[in-house]
Design a protein around this ligand. Sequence first.
Ligand code: NFS
Ligand code: SF4
Length: 628
Amino acid sequence: MDKKMMTIDLNSHVLLDKAEKDGVETMYDRKQGFKSQCGFGLQGNCCRICGMGPCRITPKTPRGICGADEHVIVGRNFARMVAGGTAAHSDHARDIAHTMALSSRDGNYKIRDEEKLIILAKEWDVETEGRDIYDIAHEVADVALMEFGKPHGVARFLKNAPEPRQKIWKDLGIEPRAIDREIATIMHSTHIGCTGDIDSLIHMSLRTALADGWVGSMIGTRFSDILFGTPTVRETEANLGVLEDNKVNIILHGHEPSLSEMIVLASEDPELVALAKEMGADGINLAGMCCTGNEVTMRHGVKTAGDFHQQELAIVTGAVEAMIVDVQCIFPALAKVADCYHTKFITTSPKAKIAGSTYMEFSEETAYADGYKIVKEAVLNFKNRDKEKVLIPELKSKATVGYSADAILGQLDRVVNSHIDPAGTLKPLADCLKSGVLRGAVGVVGCNNAKGVSNLAHVTIMKELIKNDILVVTTGCGASAAAKFGLMTKEARKLAGKGLATVCDLVDIPPVLHLGSCVDCSRILDVVGGTAKLLDMDMSDLPVAGVAPEWMSEKAVAIGSYVVASGIDTYLGVMPPVTGSSRAVEILCGELQDMVGAKFTVNENPQELAQIIIQDIEKKRVHFENLV
Ligand code: NFS
Ligand code: SF4
C-alpha cells in the first residue's frame, strides 16, 4: 500500500515525502515491512508464559505442553493486557499522588483547586475543619497512596458510582480491592499452573480494569486537577502547522503533567526567553503530543502538535529543537529519527530510558530546576537548526478545549432556568437526552493503530455520530484527531444534526468535546454516573456508549474493559487478540451483557461501526419511555 494511503492527515503526507527524501524511516515504512503479521499472535493463541513454550494452538496441537487449551491461553493473554494497562495508568496516578504529598506553599507544586481537594477530603473522611490546606493535601495524598496496596477492604471511589452499579459489582465479586493487588493477582493467576478457566480470567480482568478506571484513573485526574487546576474552556490550535519558523520549538510528548507543567513554566521564564532571543529566535513555542499534550492543552491552551502516529513526523519537520518525553506511547524509533536532524530527543524518566536519547532525569523534588535545565538545552539547540532541512507543513485547525466535567456543568448552567432548577447540575444534559433532542452521548477515545488508516476511523465515526444528534466526548489521541480535523470548533455545528446543533448553540459548545487525556476517561465515568444518578437509573440504562475506533495499547484494553464493566457498551474498530478462543469472544461480545449490562462489539469498517452504534443508542432509548 502507498504510504500516503495509510493516513488521512495531509500534513503527514507532506512529511512522509520529506522523510523519504531525507532518507528517514518511519512507522509507515516499517508497517509495510510487516506484510503479514503472525496469525497466532493476532488470534491470541500463542503462549510463552513458561519456558516449555512457546506453545501455539493448531488443529494438530490443540493444547500447550502443560495442557492449556486455546481458551486458557487467550484468556491469560487478555488478562495480562488488562494488567499492563492498569499498571501504566495507575503508576502515573501514583506519581501524581506522590507529587501532591510534596506540595507546599512555596515549593514547585501548589494546590490550585482547593475546593476540589476539600470535596475529596470529605469523601474520604479526612478532617478539614481548621486545618492548613497543605496538611489536608498531604493526608489525602497518603490515603490515595494506600489505595494502591491497602490490605483490607475495597476501593474508596466505588461508592461514587450509581447504587445499582455498585450492587452489580458486589454481587459479581468484581469490586477491586487495592490497585497493585489486582495487578499482582492477575500476574500470579496467569503464571503457569494457576487459573485454567477462561470465565475466571475474564472475571478477574474486569475487577482489575475497574481498579484502573474507578481508582487509578480517578486519582490521576482528580489529583492533577487539584495540583494543576481544573481545566476550563479555552481556544487552541492543532496539527503540525502549529510549529513556528523562527521560534524554539519544543514538543512535549508522554503522559504525566508533573513534568509538562514544569516545562510550561520554564518556557515562560524571562531568562530562558531572553536566551532564546540571544540565539536568534523570536521566542519559545511549546506544542504537545499524545496525552501530556492533552493535559497541557486542557489547562493552558498549549497547542497540539499531533497524535501518536505523528511523533516521528514532528521531528522530520527539521524545526524541532527538543522532543521532551516522560513515559508511555513513545516510539523508541525517535532516537534514530532525531539523529537525522538537529533535534534533541530528551528522555526524563527512569521508567522509560531509551537508547540513543539524551537522558536528563526529572525529579519531582527538584522539578523546576530540572524543567529549566531541559528547556535551556532546547533553547541552546536552536543555533544548530539547519534551515535547508526545515519544512513545517501548513495545516492546522482551531479548537475549543478544556471540557472538564466541571467546565461542562458551567456551560450547562447557561440553559438552567434559575427559578426552577439549581445551577451546577447535569439536569440540562439529562433533560436533552430524555426529550430526545440529543439521541445520546458517546465517548470516542483512544489511540491510532497502524492496522488501519491513521485518523480515518476516528473522524468517520465522530462525524457520523454528530450528524445523528449524538454528542461526542473524547480523550487521548481521539481528541487530537478531532481537534486536527476541525470538529472542536463552532463551525463544526454545521456537521451536526438539528437537535445537537441546537444544543450546541444554546450551551455554546462544539459538537465534539475535549475531556483530556486517557486517564481523563474517568471524567466520562463521572458525567455518565452523575447523569444516571440524577435520573435514578443505572449507567447501563442510558443511551451512551464508548468507542475505541483505532485502539492499540494495553491501556486501551483496560479502559474498554472498565467501560463495559461500568455498564457502557463498548465498540472497537480493531479486533483484540482473542479470536483464537470462541469462548472468549462469546463472553466478551455476548455473555457480559447479562453479567454487567454491556458488552463489546467489534467491526473494522468505521461506517458500519458507526451505524451499529447509532442503532444501539436508539434501542437504549426505550428506558426513557418508562420515565415520567
Ligand atoms: Ni491513550 Fe495517551 Fe494516544 Fe493511545 Fe497513547 S497517548 S494514554 S494510549 S496512543 S490514546
Ligand atoms: Fe506452553 Fe503451558 Fe508453558 Fe504456556 S504455560 S508456554 S501453554 S507449557
